[in-house]
Write a protein that binds this ligand. Structure first.
Ligand SMILES: *Cc1c(COP(=O)(O)O)cnc(C)c1O
Length: 489
């Protein structure tokens, strides 16, 4: 008898199987040939128009949907999987991770928690991260969408630990004193956003002055803490940065830990960029002291190249972490047997339903081992120093910040000194290079000086790619100067 009820399963599994094989074939071709394509290109009007149609009411065969997508999606991706993508701060993904994301969806488990193998993998990834960062076994942690959420989870635990009241019940209005948070003036903007969202307001965060390497000045931190105490604010938490977004600056974690110990403050490390440097054999010392923190945010979708998204946070005091987020409705009571007996992962963050993002991290770690992933970090740092060398050897280029990690800030100057003119020139250099598809640098402004910014967080980059890029900067800068001279005539 024919079944009259519908489902989302394919009507013909054999057709579905063939199509799935085709997708894998295409995926291998796409990723293996990435180097031969432009990094990025502007999409044509037809493509924009394709994405601007009403919700489909009638069905389309999946094969046709896929064909349309092939034509309209992949040619216009961000390009961060390309060897010459160095903009902002991305990871460059990896094929194993892509397969894992597919397998995770096939498994389909909800990682809110439960008595499943998927939950065991989630727990194991956190245990591996604790090992890699040097946190004790007794610490806790969670996987998050990204670094912003990871930092916010940590700030919530820190706030609840220092609030002076049961802040979950009483709210921040009933804290005896407002709390003070401290970070360097290079701190990532997500911390301000978190403190705004948590109701403390942006002014709860004091941005402490930095030194010539853009590291938090310890004397300025101590002064900020003392000033807050004097005006009735309770200093609660220092947010140290291990690898700043602007320049890759690394705060002195040991010195900050000493201040936190002495003053009774929570020490949080934003290690979204630098935490995994601890597994890099040649450079681990750059993040010395990270294991002293009360909490660390790390971002696997950056230097572990996990496909987006995957962030993580580790908390030394597991009980405080649990006490901050534990919550169970009547419909979600734990049992010691059955499917709900497993670890309840949602007790360690805000989200209840969670994806199986652990799998793409787990598979890549198993396949490559911590050793290789660490060496790739060393490789990027060495490449940044190589680029620094190219810039130092070229009189038309000017280095704007010390290269302490994997980020290089420089500009095409050719003897010019007018800041406004240099800014306009370098923005145009950046845009033309982006539009050419040769490479993707981004830009920033450091202490009033605008510059190009190259964040080498890419396992596919080779030194020859940096040679090519420097050549493109020189040619584009020269072309712009020539155009300007021409128009003055
Ligand atoms: C990228 C970054 C963040 C934010 O992480 P997302 O994963 O983009 O949310 C926070 N802090 C630092 C230092 C970063 O570089």
């Amino acid at each position: 008898m024919k079944n009259i009820e519908e489902s989302l399963d394919p009507e013909d599994w054999n057709t579905a199987r063939e199509l799935a094989h085709q997708m894998v074939e295409d995926a291998v071709s796409h990723v293996s040939a990435v180097r031969d394509r432009p990094v990025w290109r502007e999409m044509p009007e037809e493509t924009r128009a394709y994405f601007n149609t009403p919700a489909p009411t009638a069905p389309t065969p999946l094969g046709s949907v896929y064909q349309e997508l092939r034509e309209n999606l992949f040619p216009y991706s961000m390009g961060n999987i390309h060897p010459r993508f160095w903009g902002w701060y991305m990871g460059s993904s990896n094929f194993t991770g892509a397969l894992a994301d597919f397998l995770a969806a096939v498994d389909g488990s909800n990682l809110g928690g439960g008595n499943t193998a998927a939950a065991q993998i989630d727990v194991q990834v956190i245990n591996w991260f604790k090992e890699m960062i040097g946190f004790p076994e007794s610490a806790s942690g969670t996987l998050t969408s990204g670094g912003s959420m990871a930092n916010m989870v940590a700030l919530n635990v820190a706030r609840n630990a220092k609030a002076g009241v049961d802040v979950r019940a009483e709210g921040i209005l009933n804290m005896p004193e407002p709390l003070g948070f401290y970070a360097s003036d290079q701190v990532h903007s997500c911390h301000q956003k978190a403190l705004e969202t948590m109701g403390h307001g942006a002014r709860a965060l004091t941005e402490v002055a930095t030194d010539a390497h853009y590291r938090m000045r310890i004397d300025a931190l101590e002064a900020a803490i003392a000033a807050d105490r004097a005006r009735g604010v309770k200093p609660a938490c220092v947010i140290a940065t291990a690898g700043s977004t602007n320049t890759g600056a690394l705060d002195d974690l040991v010195a900050i830990s000493e201040v936190c110990q002495r003053e009774g403050l929570w020490m949080h490390v934003d290690g979204c960029i630098g935490a995994f440097v601890r597994i890099a054999p040649d450079n681990a010392d750059l993040v010395r002291g990270i294991d002293l923190a009360d909490s660390v945010a790390l971002d696997p979708h950056k230097w572990l190249h996990t496909p987006f998204e995957a962030g993580s946070v580790l908390i030394r005091d597991a009980k405080r972490h649990f006490d901050t987020f534990e919550m169970h409705g009547d419909y979600l009571q734990m049992q010691t047997r059955g499917i709900i007996a497993g670890p309840f992962l949602a007790d360690y963050g805000f989200e209840l339903s969670r994806g199986f993002k652990a799998l793409k991290i787990w598979m890549s770690l198993k396949e490559n081992g911590v050793g290789k992933l660490g060496r790739l970090i060393d490789q990027n740092i060495a490449q940044a120093r190589y680029l620094e060398g190219l810039i130092a050897a070229e009189p038309r280029l000017e280095l704007i910040a010390p290269v302490d990690l994997n980020i290089v800030c420089f500009r095409y100057a050719n003897g010019q000194t007018d800041e406004e003119a240099l800014k306009a020139l370098n923005i145009e250099v950046m845009l033309r290079i982006q539009e050419s598809g040769i490479a993707i640098p981004s830009d920033t402004t450091l202490r009033g000086r605008h510059c190009l910014r190259v964040a080498i967080n890419n396992h596919r980059t080779r030194r020859a790619d940096l040679d090519l890029f420097v050549q493109a900067v020189l040619e584009t800068g020269q072309a712009l100067e020539d155009e300007a001279a021409q128009s003055r005539k």
